[in-house]
Ligand binder design. Structure first.
Ligand SMILES: [Zn+2]
Length: 516
């Protein structure tokens, strides 16, 4: 018996170790690939100018300043002449932009790159906390400062820089490329991205894939990970707000009658918060963890390579941190509670709003059923508020589009791990779901925790060297996705392709030498 147990333990160790080795081997794919080069100073200056347009999305539509967008359109037209000459530009709903770069091969489905033109406001009272005014576009030795440098003028401008650069090199795509820039992503994208998507759908467009802004290249994601991790969101959480109301006897506070509406509703909310929807270490989470393995040190590498064995422990660790917990379940957050007007009057009504971010495993109906069951109180009425949306479909982390994306990331960011992930916030990408099932949300911004706090916050800024990588990434991604044989179609003056041609020449000469 002892021998048998010993044998089982031995088999187990062999399985665990060999899985670790297998996943470690899948690693790098790092390619020693020269990236497209260009003067970054000029591009940085253009980004700085773009930051100076106050294209702010404000909650109150009366405060909207459309002329800032119109002026920005004119600026883009001036700064990117080749792009405006070669691509069709359409202005959608006055302020959003849709560009079409016609491909030569109509058999290939088009691809689409999206970002948004609008930015969030600066929180009143925090202006003085900025090292440089938020709409000045200050360039320092290392950074460009300003609202939108991270979210996401650097994405809009990065895409346009890449396209202009490729056009200068004579590149012509085989696959048609759409560029979509909505003007109201920060307030739901109803008039921008949603309208662009509707127009494309009416034209019968079916996309091969779409890449929207999304998760960044995170440095020091957690202890134990040595390399940065490029997080590619292959799904996006859904959104639901439920209004809970409770009616009860009111009256003078000197003669209370029974349990107040406030107490009943508080009780209901307590039940909801204490009974969160279940967390699961599902396939999406597993794929995400496996993607990080190449950058891990031991013992994390060993654990992540054997999730099946360490599942319970991993779940405990992941649910212990709010950021990772939110990727495992539908979250519950009470955001509004209202009741009572006067200190000596018992209110007849209490009202609360609970906001849920839905995991792809759950639907809006699932959440409502869970809430009804958990509260289980006929005195509480539950009402679904406008603006709910089910979670997105999960795009494949295995098909050729995803692989091209991963390769493009590795070519520009050698040594990073690439991990398919879940977007816990909302992006414009959800509006395009009827055009393709291959939707990826990734933005090549390098960010550690300090940087992430600057998004929508104070002192938003980007490293100039990172902005160069952003432009290189979009150029590389377009080359990799939109052309089957880029080498034949490139202008002779291109440094990058000159190098490829040199390699080809070398290969051919070698062949000749052998033949001789
Ligand atoms: Zn954004």
């Amino acid at each position: 018996m002892i021998y048998f147990l010993g044998f089982l333990v031995l088999v187990l160790i062999i399985v665990l170790v060999s899985r670790t080795m297998f996943h470690s081997r899948k690693k790098s794919g790092d390619m020693n690939y020269d990236n497209i080069d260009f003067p970054i100073d000029e591009a940085a200056h253009r980004l700085s100018e773009a930051i100076q347009f106050e294209t702010i999305s404000k909650q109150n539509p009366d405060d909207f300043q459309g002329d800032e967008f119109t002026r920005m359109h004119a600026f883009l037209k001036r700064e990117y002449p080749l792009l405006h000459e070669n691509l069709k530009r359409e202005i959608i709903n006055h302020y959003s932009l849709l560009f079409t770069w016609q491909g030569s091969n109509q058999d290939l489905k088009p691809m689409m790159l999206t970002c948004h033109l609008d930015v969030v406001p600066v929180e009143p009272g925090t202006e003085a906390d900025w090292d440089h005014p938020p709409f000045q576009g200050k360039i320092t030795d290392t950074h460009i400062y300003g609202r939108g440098t991270m979210d996401v003028q650097s994405g809009v401008m990065g895409i346009l820089e890449a396209v202009e650069n490729l056009l200068q090199r004579g590149f012509k795509p085989e696959r048609t490329i759409y560029l979509g820039f909505g003007h109201d992503e920060e307030i739901d994208g109803e008039f921008g991205a949603q309208e662009i998507a509707r127009i494309l759908k009416d034209r019968g467009v079916e996309l091969e894939f779409l890449l929207d802004e999304g998760l960044p290249v995170v440095e020091q994601l957690f202890t134990g990970i040595k390399s940065p991790v490029a997080l590619v969101a292959i799904a996006e959480k859904g959104y639901l707000s439920l209004e809970l109301t409770c009616l009860a006897n009111g009256g003078h506070s000197s003669v209370p009658q029974g349990i107040t509406a406030i107490a009943q509703l508080s009780n209901a909310i307590r039940k909801l918060e204490e009974n969160q929807m279940p967390a699961k270490v599902d396939k999406l989470v597993k794929n995400s963890l496996v993607g990080m393995i190449p950058g891990l040190s031991y013992p994390f590498r060993f654990i992540f390579a054997n999730i099946w064995f360490f599942q319970l422990a991993l779940k405990k660790i992941l649910t212990g941190r709010p950021e990772t917990d939110a990727t495992l379940r539908t979250t519950t957050a009470t955001t509004i509670f209202e009741s009572g007007l006067k200190e000596n009057v018992i209110p007849t009504m209490a009202r609360a709003v609970v906001n849920f971010r839905l995991h792809p495993n759950d639907t809006v109906d699932d959440v409502i059923r869970h809430v009804e069951r958990t509260i289980n109180d006929p005195n509480i009425s539950i009402n679904k508020l406008y603006g709910f949306i089910n979670p997105s479909e999960i795009s494949s982390p295995e098909n050729k589009n995803y692989k091209i994306l991963v390769n493009s990331i590795r070519q520009v960011f050698p040594g990073v791990s690439v991990s398919p992930s879940l977007m816990v916030g909302a992006t414009d990408a959800r509006h395009y779901s009827e055009l393709t099932s291959n939707i990826y949300r990734f933005f090549p911004l390098r960010a550690n925790q300090d940087d992430l706090d600057r998004v929508h916050g104070t002192n938003e800024r980007i490293l100039i060297s990172n902005y160069k990588e952003i432009i290189q990434f979009y150029a590389r991604f377009i080359l990799n996705s939109a052309s089957l044989q880029p080498i034949r179609k490139i202008d002779n003056s291109s440094i990058f392709f000159a190098e490829l041609r040199a390699k080809k020449f070398k290969r051919e000469n070698k062949k000749t030498a052998v033949a001789v």
